[in-house]
Ligand binder design. Structure first.
Ligand SMILES: [Cu+2]
Length: 461
């Protein structure tokens, strides 16, 4: 057994999904980000365009999307601003004339509009025309934006995106990576943040819109009865969710969805329900503390966090939820870094300070300064409490590193594994409506990804 430094993940991923999607899927090493990829404001120029997205069963689906560039994207750019900003969004309509007008509404914000023509919910951009929306980002939090014109059709087609407002001049000081926080509250400090934008697709609607797109209009596309065949995180179906952000094969779907962390870090989940279906967002590995809903921090009268501790967070259409997820070796019952008897390097479980506060005194965890941080010392040197089966009788999952110990790659038969080159611990994060873990009825797929808990020292950029 060898302790892993770092390596790549590409070849193995293809093998995992070789049944359904390997031919279509060329996964390259995924680059997660401590921050969320998006475009920073406060001024944005978006254009509504048509195009195609790729789904992981090899399909291509006609769609519409907001973009700040020449090619549509799904979802629209994640708009990033700071509390207090006066946000200005100019929207231009480059959709086929048959699609008619298009617009944007910003739930949670009072937007005024200049230009365009009157619509049901707001001023709209007629074909070839523009409209400018302005609002003040009063409160920090996670929000969404989407079309306010025939939203049953235009949101289905892809006209939506996320809006993130970071707190300004916070009183709170966070002892996290970049001192990051989602709200001005100690409970909202985070080390890494990931967007989970949930949506679904009924292909019939997209096909009918494509048929009518070159016609005279106005479009008469039925959106009921609704039967979706695809379910997406951040505009992608699994396993594309785990491919790199900006992957060259997913030109209209720039955002991936591959949460990664080290033990002891605080991961912020920004969950955004943009579709019409509720999705039970189920994250294996631990519970998470819900911080806020629709950009409003949930607090007790005395200012303590009041949100629930959940294992499944409902992703509700039109709603957003923020939650903090943490992972350590606590309560596993065995030494996450392995035992000498198992051939692991000897290591101490040095516990002299409180990892949260830095105050002197043991807190049960290996110190963050040690080479083996956040091990639960009560389980130090305890082997995994099962006898691992012989390699000849194991059915291998692509994420199995060959070893139950963090950062350790074990022996694997040729062609097995490969998805977990740093021997992290992987946990599936997915919709718990399990029929949504397919691409057009082919499993695995859909609204699914993996959290990867990497060993200390393994870079997560
Ligand atoms: Cu599950």
């Amino acid at each position: 057994m060898t302790r892993i430094e770092s390596t790549t993940r590409s070849a193995g991923v293809a093998r995992l999904f070789s049944v359904a999607a390997a031919a279509a899927l060329l996964l390259v090493p995924a680059a997660a980000s401590a921050g969320i990829i998006g475009e920073t404001g406060p001024t944005f120029y978006l254009t509504a365009r048509e195009g195609n997205i790729s789904v992981a069963d090899g399909g291509s689906i006609y769609s519409w999307g907001y973009t700040s560039g020449p090619v549509m994207q799904l979802p629209g750019p994640t708009l990033i601003v700071t509390q207090g900003d006066t946000v200005e969004v100019t929207l231009t309509n480059a959709l086929p004339a048959a699609a008619g007008n298009v617009s944007i509404v910003f739930p949670g914000h009072e937007a005024t509009a200049v230009g365009g023509v009157p619509g049901l919910l707001t001023q709209e951009a007629p074909p070839g025309g523009s409209v400018t929306y302005t609002f003040t980002a009063d409160e920090p939090g996670t929000y969404q934006y989407h079309s306010g014109t025939r939203p049953d059709l235009q949101v289905e087609m892809g006209l939506y995106g996320a809006l993130i407002v970071y707190p300004a001049n916070p009183a709170t000081v966070c002892d996290t990576i970049n001192g990051a926080m989602a709200y001005d509250h100690p409970g909202a400090c985070f080390d890494r943040e990931y967007l989970f934008l949930t949506s679904e697709i009924d292909v019939d609607i997209h096909n009918e819109a494509q048929l009518q797109a070159s016609g005279p209009g106005p479009m008469d596309v039925a959106t009921e009865p609704y039967h979706s065949e695809y379910w997406l995180f951040n505009g992608r179906t699994a396993p594309d969710t785990m491919a790199a952000a900006g992957d060259g094969l997913l030109t209209t779907q720039p955002y991936n969805c591959l949460p990664m962390m080290h033990p002891g870090e605080r991961l912020l989940i920004r969950l955004v329900g943009v579709g019409r279906q509720m999705h039970p967002f189920h994250h294996h590995g631990n519970h998470s503390r819900v911080l806020a809903v629709d950009g409003r921090l949930l607090l007790t009268e005395t200012g303590q966090l009041a949100g629930p501790l959940l294992f499944t967070i409902p992703s509700v259409p039109g709603q957003t939820a923020d939650a903090i997820f943490e992972w350590t070796g606590k309560d596993l019952g065995w030494d996450i870094y392995g035992t000498v008897a198992d051939g692991m390097p000897a290591h101490d479980c040095t516990d002299t300070v409180n990892n949260e506060t830095g105050a002197p005194g043991a807190d049960g965890y290996a110190d963050t300064t040690s080479d083996y941080p956040w091990e639960w010392c009560a389980d130090h040197d305890k082997p995994i409490p099962v006898t691992l089966p012989d390699l000849n009788v194991v059915a291998f999952g692509g994420f199995w590193s060959g070893s139950p110990y963090l950062g350790n790659l074990g022996s694997l038969p040729p062609g097995e594994g490969g998805l977990n080159p740093n021997a992290g611990f992987t946990y599936m994060w997915h919709s718990h409506t399990e029929r949504e873990l397919v691409n057009n009825d082919v499993f695995p797929g859909g609204m699914m990804t993996m959290l990867i808990v990497e060993a200390p020292g393994i870079p997560i950029d």
